[in-house]
Write a protein that binds this ligand. Structure first.
Ligand SMILES: NC(=O)c1ccc[n+]([C@@H]2O[C@H](COP(=O)([O-])OP(=O)(O)OC[C@H]3O[C@@H](n4cnc5c(N)ncnc54)[C@H](OP(=O)(O)O)[C@@H]3O)[C@@H](O)[C@H]2O)c1
Length: 246
């Protein structure tokens, strides 16, 4: 698979009103994208991006857990060459002694079924535009569960498996499928985590640069790089450490 530069490309980012998604929009514009679809559940929350007055920016309303909205986005954005599946939720709480399944089903709906719906809807569009790329924002918790976020980790592990599956299925149409495995990043989602955090802008620039070199597994920050190194050396020690993290 050949690398794809963000320059002069049309990209769609899910969950782009804040955090990492907003950085993927801003860095795409900074790195010379031709057109950027910034999407959010509530389009009015994209006001700061709209205020940039950049003619390359188009906004769309999109809840990735809603098939009707996903289909509408695919009808409205037939020129997309790069799809960034960024939307995510956490907060499902512990498993044992916690009978409430709803927040854990929501984590699966947004973090697993969301990218699945989006990838299915946009695969024919990417194909007709020359192959393109899908970037799935996963997590180091995709690779080993963190005890403080068990349902989230399970949904991100499912997202990792989905990424491998669609990479295999889309290889024949020339679509590059990248999985991004960040450590703690300085956004609303991680605000209560007691770790050193990388900036969301650095995740976006690192990812776009890695995509241009056709890197499939992207570890965008120092925490993630060290985590994966330890995981390869002693996976059981990482599991034990994750049991006590945060
Ligand atoms: N921050 C970290 O430490 C970290 C580490 C590893 C991976 N990640 C991943 O990075 C991605 C971005 O997270 P973040 O850190 O930027 O968190 P964030 O600030 O909480 O942003 C989450 C984004 O997802 C959107 N979203 C939630 N449910 C959605 C739905 N059903 N449809 C469409 N959009 C939805 C949110 O929109 P609303 O404003 O409408 O809620 C928001 O834009 C997530 O996939 C997350 O799992 C984050």
């Amino acid at each position: 698979m050949t690398g794809i530069s963000i320059k002069d490309k049309t990209v769609l980012v899910t969950g782009s009103n804040r955090g990492i998604g907003k950085s993927f929009v801003l860095q795409a514009l900074a790195m010379g994208a031709k057109k950027v679809y910034a999407t959010a559940r509530n389009e009015s929350t994209l006001a700061e991006l709209v205020a940039l007055n950049d003619s390359r920016l188009t906004t769309l309303s999109l809840d990735v857990s809603d098939q009707t909205q996903v289909d509408a986005a695919a009808r409205d954005a037939k020129d997309v060459e790069i799809l960034v599946n960024n939307s995510g939720v956490g907060g499902g709480g512990p498993i044992i002694g916690n009978a409430d399944e709803a927040p854990k089903r929501l984590e699966m709906d947004v973090n697993y079924f969301g990218p699945m719906k989006m990838s299915t809807a946009f695969a024919p569009i990417l194909k007709s535009n020359g192959g393109g790329a899908i970037i799935n924002i996963l997590s180091i918790s995709s690779l080993c569960s963190f005890a403080f976020a068990p349902g989230y980790s399970a949904s991100k592990a499912a997202g990792h498996s989905l990424t491998q599956a669609i990479r295999a299925e889309l290889a024949k149409q020339g679509t590059l499928v990248c999985g991004v495995y960040p450590g703690p990043i300085d956004t609303d989602m991680a605000k209560n985590l007691p770790f050193e955090k990388a900036s969301p802008d650095s995740v976006a620039t690192h990812t776009y640069e890695a995509m241009s070199s056709a890197v499939e597994d992207i570890y965008p920050d120092p925490f993630a790089v060290e985590f994966v190194k330890q995981l390869r050396t002693d996976p059981k020690a990482v599991e034990k450490s994750n049991a006590n993290a945060a």
